[in-house]
Design a protein around this ligand. Structure first.
Ligand SMILES: Cc1ncc(COP(=O)(O)O)c(C=O)c1O
Length: 462
């Protein structure tokens, strides 16, 4: 009998392959496709949906690689019999995939603050276009936050240009110093959003070797010499995905190499708040303000939906015009409403209060991860982080990700951080689980998946 399963991806976005795969994985998770179900033949599905055969084949192959589907030559593809999927929440898998703050309770406070804001007379101003870099009062609040938490003593009221999250700040900074086709150096495992930006804007990412403190200065020196690149995108503090942190001398060495090769440094410090207790913490942008773009935002502390980030460009203001032109061409101005919420949270002390709570919760969650996963995850240099890194071979990472998903836990897709040849592993995000109990449950599933079969932890640092 012809199987009638069809991917329902009307509400999804992204490349078609990912949408088909997402629909397939989702339906397996929800039990709509129980173990043993025969999937429609690829050609039939392609014909029925108008999706190309190549896309369907790729989605099936990826599902098979993750252990969710078995293909039998001549008989077709079947949902793997990994036991009935355990749904951890009625909303779907437990989220160890997205780096979001564990601040459910704080959301009510942010909502109250937004409500209070809407009853103020100044609210009307927020409904107009703001100046392109944001309202002065909002920029000044952000500058104070940077002085207080990022050691940017020289920040002044107009240092920070407000952006739609750190992601837009990345686009603005790169757009100011790189052109399509240019090489951008980065760690050989990097934030997926940087890969997305490079892919879209046409930058050629060149992965640079890391060690236990992140980016290696000698490797950066070699890469800069070899590629003649002008730009490095770097995460010195709680690197994504590895959670590594540069010590003070490492930071000085990176700056020295950047100066020698006249590199623009694009420093993403979105996790700086969690790493600032490290004795070596000082932004590269403080060490080399003449060549650094300092980027960050409040997504990891308050709420990602506010879409508030910033870029502090190198001193001298020569990039402001290019940044302004990009803003005008994309969002026209900064997001006044989101910035107002953030500025009020900073001025009222609520941002500090929430940040402290998030830090404490992240500390507890990190402790739990260390306790439950032991040597499988790298030891972090600070006691509070939103993600941990489990070094694994590529194949092992894929298998573990597939096993956890079958049991209701979604981890970041392996391979999403790779830039060229380099280490592999799994990033586990600790903030997305709804509670510590749920996180414990999810980590147990990860621990079981790690312990099964032939998965051995690769050497801890590469
Ligand atoms: C390293 C890094 N940079 C930037 C971002 C994007 O953050 P935002 O929500 O501020 O755009 C993230 C989000 O996960 C991130 O991990």
């Amino acid at each position: 009998m012809t199987n009638l399963w069809r991917p329902d991806f009307a509400q999804t976005s992204g490349p078609l392959f990912e949408r088909v795969l997402g629909a397939l994985v989702g339906d397996i998770q929800k039990g709509i496709l129980p173990p043993g179900t025969r999937l429609p033949p690829q050609r039939e599905l392609a014909l029925a949906t108008g999706i190309s055969l190549g896309t369907v084949t790729r989605a099936y192959a990826e599902a098979e690689r993750r252990g969710l589907v078995h293909a039998h030559v001549g008989r077709g593809s079947y949902v793997a019999d990994g036991g009935a999927p355990v749904l951890a929440t009625s909303d779907g898998p437990i989220d160890l995939c997205h780096n979001i703050p564990p601040n459910g309770p704080a959301r009510a406070e942010i909502r109250r603050l937004a409500q209070a804001l809407s009853s103020q007379s100044a609210f009307a101003e927020l409904l107009d276009y703001t100046p392109v870099f944001g309202l002065d009062a909002h920029r000044a609040a952000m500058a104070d936050w940077l002085i207080q938490h990022a050691g940017m003593e020289n920040a002044h009221a107009r240092s920070a240009i407000l952006s739609g999250g750190t992601q837009q700040a990345m686009a603005l900074a790169h757009g100011a110093v790189a052109r399509p086709g240019d090489v951008v150096l980065c760690e050989n495992l990097t934030f997926y959003g940087m890969r997305a930006l490079a892919d879209f804007a046409g930058y050629r990412l060149y992965g640079v070797k890391m060690d236990e403190q992140g980016l290696c200065p000698e490797a950066l020196d070699r890469a800069a010499r070899k590629t003649e690149a002008r730009v490095i995108y770097v995460l010195p503090t709680l690197q994504n995905p590895t959670a590594r942190i540069m010590g003070a001398s490492r930071r000085a060495a990176i700056v020295e190499v950047a100066r020698r090769h006249d590199l623009w440094i694009i420093e993403d410090d979105v996790y700086g708040y969690f790493g600032k207790s490290h004795p070596g913490y000082v932004p590269l942008s403080v060490l080399a303000p003449e060549r650094s773009f300092y980027l960050g935002g409040l997504s990891k502390i308050l709420a990602p939906g506010l879409r508030v980030g910033f870029v502090v460009p190198p001193t001298g203001g020569r990039h402001n015009d290019l940044i302004a032109r990009q803003l005008r061409a994309t969002t026209y101005t900064a997001n006044g409403l989101g910035a107002a919420v953030v500025a009020h949270a900073i001025r009222s002390g609520l941002a500090d209060q929430i940040a402290e709570n998030v830090l404490t919760e992240a500390r507890e969650r990190l402790m739990l991860a260390k306790e439950m996963l032991g040597a499988a995850v790298e030891i972090s240099a600070v006691d509070s982080a939103l993600h941990v890194w489990a070094p694994l071979s590529e194949l092992a990472a894929e298998r573990v990700a597939g096993r956890t998903l079958r049991h209701g836990v979604e981890v970041t897709p392996p391979g999403s951080a790779n830039v060229g040849e380099g280490p592999s592993g799994l990033r586990l995000c600790l903030g997305g689980a709804q509670s510590r109990d749920q996180l414990r449950h999810a980590l147990q599933i990860v621990a079981d998946a790690l312990g099964q079969g032939d998965e051995r932890i690769a050497s801890s640092i590469v």
